[in-house]
Write a protein that binds this ligand. Structure first.
Ligand code: ATP
Length: 531
């Protein structure tokens, strides 16, 4: 992952937000290549979900909406994560993620390597002497606030007491680690250790993830508004408007792309969990009773779409929610998962949400959300299937799967490592780069500018005349540019008329070069782009 993060900075995909001021946690900026990449993802989605269908229309709703919207949607009371805080270093984690954090922490790694044999079948065996040795050496630096490190004798004695009470049954791993974090068990009960310093964590507290702000000059309860935590509610709140102006009938969908904000307790894994991100959401309104069928159709559509933008099938999977995991109003939910270097994680959720959202808005606004079905002559509040995807997570998945390193050997037999981003051409930030062989030969530059202008009208094209050709290729490979065009002396006809007005077209993946007529470039690249 470090290599991908470094490349993102080096090649202008992603920068830390406000980097010159030391950065701000959970916010990211997209550089020239990243901005193009994101735009291509959004264009591909908009094209495939809205423009190439007849049953979906678009919307662009405001970020700040009437606060009642968030009461109706349940976000004011329900959009909370239980959060735990370290009593010493004040680090914060989502309670449901804290054990993963501990498992990945430096102190746990060192402790399990030095003082515990591998936990078998979820239980732990340990050697008190090894624990003691770890506590007075590495533990002192890695987890200085762990009870075992602060007072090893006391912790070890009550650990063995506890084991005896268990009548020979060994402790589970969380239980064992909690024992190491607890010095006054009788007063505090078992405590969970901080993944950073080992001190005890607080009990879980509810933490609302919505960013609050105020509209207007007064800053009191009555002016309180929120930065939207999802784009979906803008769609539900506009259901009647869109229905009245579009020529749509149920089943039909409303799609929207836009920013969403969540005050995540612990932003992490690069851009994967951010506090500001972009969503691409579709609310597909359907007749009650057709939920399962439409849900299945959208799951299939969406999985195909991920392959169409170049994510490898073998890295994509589905997580099907069990009945007990579903929200009370939902009849089905499937997450599209991707195998990131840091684990298999969600890219998109596709939920069959019944008529919960429209019913809630009917209740809170007093406006009827009923739809009259011309064909069946029935009135009903439409049900909805919601495919909800995150642009930033898709961009990260593409960056991770595109990254490749290969060893190349040049004509002199020297080997070097080539880093290449193997984006599908459809999604690559720049489609074609144009180089004059030499930047100090005005005739070459002039001809290359002509070619550049020609290509620029059709594709995202980049001009590069810095350094030698080899360096320019390396730069474009790291940016994932599928094709490079070089204008050389042959183009000017210096080797004879048959090569006049031809250029070299170099392929990123095969590194092969072919001689192509300038007049053929546009149709040829267009054809390659279509695949
Ligand atoms: P998670 O469980 O990972 O927090 P979620 O299930 O709460 O995600 P949804 O509310 O279903 O996410 O949002 C739909 C999509 O929006 C997600 O699949 C994801 O792609 C994107 N998304 C949600 N939260 C974030 C975030 N903090 N940073 C980046 N993308 C996000």
């Amino acid at each position: 992952m470090e290599k991908i993060v470094a490349l993102c900075k080096r090649r202008g995909f992603v920068f830390q937000s406000s980097e010159i001021y030391g950065g701000i946690n959970g916010f990211w900026d997209y550089g020239p290549a990243g901005a193009e990449l994101k735009r291509n993802i959004k264009d591909a989605w908009w094209n495939d979900v809205v423009r190439s269908r007849t049953d979906v229309v678009g919307l662009d709703a405001s970020i700040i909406m009437h606060p009642k919207v968030w009461e109706a949607s349940g976000h004011v009371t329900g959009f909370r994560d239980p959060m735990v805080e370290c009593m010493k270093c004040k680090g914060r984690w989502r309670a449901d993620q804290v054990w993963d954090e501990i498992a990945g922490s430096k102190w746990f790694e060192s402790l399990s390597r030095q003082a515990m044999p591998k936990p078998e079948s979820g239980s732990v065996s340990y050697d008190a002497q090894h624990l003691l040795k770890w506590a007075v050496h590495d533990g002192k630096h890695l987890a200085p606030e762990l009870a075992l490190v602060r007072d090893p004798q006391l912790t070890l004695s009550w650990l063995s007491e506890r084991e005896q009470k268990q009548a020979g049954k060994s402790l589970s791993l969380p239980e064992f680690l909690s024992c190491l974090a607890t010095s006054q068990a009788s007063q505090t009960g078992l405590q969970t250790p901080c993944p950073v310093c080992g001190a005890a964590l607080t009990e879980p507290r509810q933490f609302n993830l919505m960013f609050e702000t105020h509209t207007g000059a007064l800053r009191d309860e009555s002016s309180k508004t929120y930065l939207r935590p999802e784009t979906a509610q803008g769609i539900f709140a506009n259901f009647l408007n869109v229905l009245s102006v579009s020529r749509q009938k149920v089943p039909f969908g409303i799609a929207q792309i836009g920013k969403a904000f969540r005050n995540e307790i612990n932003p992490r894994n690069f851009t994967f969990r951010s506090r500001e991100f972009e969503q691409m959401e579709l609310e597909f309104f359907i007749k009650p009773g057709t939920d399962a069928e439409w849900h299945q159709r959208w799951v299939e559509e969406r999985l195909k779409w991920y392959e169409s933008i170049g994510l490898p099938k073998e890295k994509l999977s589905q997580y099907v929610y069990k009945k007990e995991e579903l929200a009370h109003y939902a009849s089905a939910c499937v997450d599209v998962m991707f195998e990131f270097p840091f684990g298999v994680q969600e890219l998109e959720g596709i939920a069959a949400r019944g008529n919960f959202d429209l019913s809630q808005h009917q209740k809170f606004s007093g406006k009827s959300m009923e739809y009259f079905d011309d064909e069946s002559k029935e009135k009903y509040i439409p049900h909805v299937v919601e495919p909800s995807a995150g642009v930033d997570r898709i961009a990260l998945a593409l960056l991770c799967s595109a990254y490749d390193e290969e060893t190349t050997t040049d004509e002199k037999g020297q080997t070097e490592t080539r880093v290449v981003m193997r984006f599908a051409p459809r999604i690559a930030p720049v489609k074609v780069a144009v180089f004059p062989l030499l930047r100090n030969k005005p005739v070459l530059v002039e001809k290359a500018k002509e070619v550049f202008k020609l290509l620029q009208r059709h594709f995202t094209t980049e001009w590069d005349d810095r350094g030698n050709i080899g360096k320019r290729y390396r730069y474009q490979d790291e940016q994932g540019t599928p094709w490079c065009v070089t204008i050389d002396f042959d183009t000017l006809g210096e080797k004879g008329p048959e090569l006049k007005d031809t250029v070299t077209l170099r392929d990123r993946d095969t590194m092969k070069q072919e001689r192509v007529k300038i007049a053929d470039l546009v149709p040829l690249i267009s054809q390659k782009l279509r695949g």
